[in-house]
Design a protein around this ligand. Sequence first.
Ligand SMILES: [Zn+2]
Length: 325
Amino acid sequence: MSAPPCRFSIVETDAPIELLPRDITAYRAGNCGVDYVHRIDSGVEGSELTLVALTHGNEICGANALLYLLEHDIRPVQGALTLVFANPAAYQNFDPQRPFASRCLDEDMNRSWQQACLDNPQTREAHRARELRPYIEAADSVLDLHSTSHAVAPMLIYPDNHRNRGFADRLDYPFPHLLYDLDSYHTGMLISHHERTAPAGASIVAECGQHFSHAATEQAIAVTLRFIAGHNMLDSAQVLPEWSHAPDHSAGHYRIDRVLAAETEQFRFIEPFKGFERFAKGELIAVDDQQLVAAPFDNCALIMPARVPVAGEEVVTLAEYLDRS
Ligand SMILES: [Zn+2]
């Protein structure tokens, strides 16, 4: 059965487009035998890190961060880096008139990392995931670089355990950390596949800011270099750039509780939320046709509310803010 077409193809952007995708065809050949995969080996024993960009084709900051590493010839002082441009075909479809359309070709690639999809791929994303699978499973740690529709704070997202949390806290990352339970959050996420198959190091998503902003690229470079440094693999002479965003009230740890889906086309938030707004239990968040949608618990934060609610599709993630004083 073929997958439904990508659902992000019909909406225009309310986000300014400061950056366009670059021509990355010079990096197609790579050195691993798989297109758009580059391995940079120090020749010294150490950790294997896989750095992933373009899991979502229109999230260009990740590609820019990997290009920064390649163009500045940044090499690990021990271990090896593997740089993966995950969905270059979607990236190369970018149309500034329809900038959300290039998120994917057939399906969300961050839902393709499930055994059934990998064993029997039905979409272009699932085929590509199968091709990339060895580079995820062989990695001690994986960083998957993303960006957001709204201009909200950058954030890290990772399976909730001591290993990931300890590593993320050592990054000294002054923005939200979203912790999730591997068995109850989205299936098919790339870092969840890594966490299940190679649980030695860290499995982390970095959301770096608004898709088409300069700031997201600067943030992606900053978090990528810190991720490498966090594994003692970055030359100590390398200057770490400042974060491109100022920390705000949203900083701290959150536990992802659930993902809400819109029941009807009439789903509307009571205000145009952008993310990280917090609610007490029982406070109204949205109306879905005649149904009131209220916060189901205290310190309930909205994470990545949908720009355009679609019936039957996820519309917002609810997370409990944990660092309340
Ligand atoms: Zn993404």
